[in-house]
Design a protein around this ligand. Structure first.
Ligand code: HEC
Length: 151
């Protein structure tokens, strides 16, 4: 082996050994959850108590036919498995929940403001997961507009 090659091998040997021992560090045990400080903009998300009727949020998206079509598709992908494609019957996941999620029909939604529905989608609501990170603001408002068209 040339001296230069030997130097290289000697230089990277400790790095390779470190990689072998990486899991033997004292920091965390396997599956142990690291204790992290909550992010700066964190809010308590236990759901309902955060949601207020008639809040200050204004719906910035107008329900154009194209936007409603997008809302419909978003609903089919993200919501229908629980709430059902039509309000008459819950989706396959919703049927397994006890009690099942509401059908989101016109009667229920007419008692809810746009802002309330938007916040329920964004922050989660009771057993419903939050969609803040999965859907853009535009998409969440499109969902609100689409829900308004459901029977
Ligand atoms: C994992 C199942 C699940 C998914 C997915 C889900 N929801 Fe829900 N949703 C629920 C449950 C359950 C409730 C009722 C709250 C409870 O009982 O804890 C609910 C309640 C609601 C409410 C009613 C809030 C109120 O004021 O009564 C709205 C509106 C709603 N969901 C919209 C949506 C939309 C829009 C989506 C898709 C982006 C969605 N949900 C996805 C389970 C789900």
């Amino acid at each position: 082996m040339k001296p230069i090659a030997r130097m290289v091998v000697l230089a990277i040997a400790p790095l390779l050994m470190a990689a072998l021992w990486m899991d033997k560090q004292p920091s965390y045990k396997p599956y142990q959850v690291p204790v992290l400080a909550p992010p700066v903009d964190a809010v308590p998300v236990t759901g309902r108590e955060l949601l207020t009727q008639g809040s200050e949020l204004k719906n910035p998206v107008s329900p154009s036919p194209a936007a409603l079509e997008r809302g419909k598709a978003l609903f089919a992908t993200n919501c229908a498995m629980c709430h059902g494609i039509t309000s008459a019957e819950r989706g396959p996941v919703g049927k397994k929940l006890k009690p099942p999620p509401p059908g989101l029909d016109h009667d229920l939604l007419q008692n809810r403001s746009d802002a309330h529905i938007y916040k329920a989608i964004s922050l989660g609501f009771g057993r419903m997961p939050l969609f803040k990170a999965k859907l853009t603001q535009q998409e969440r408002w499109e969902l609100v507009n689409f829900l308004r068209t459901r029977k």
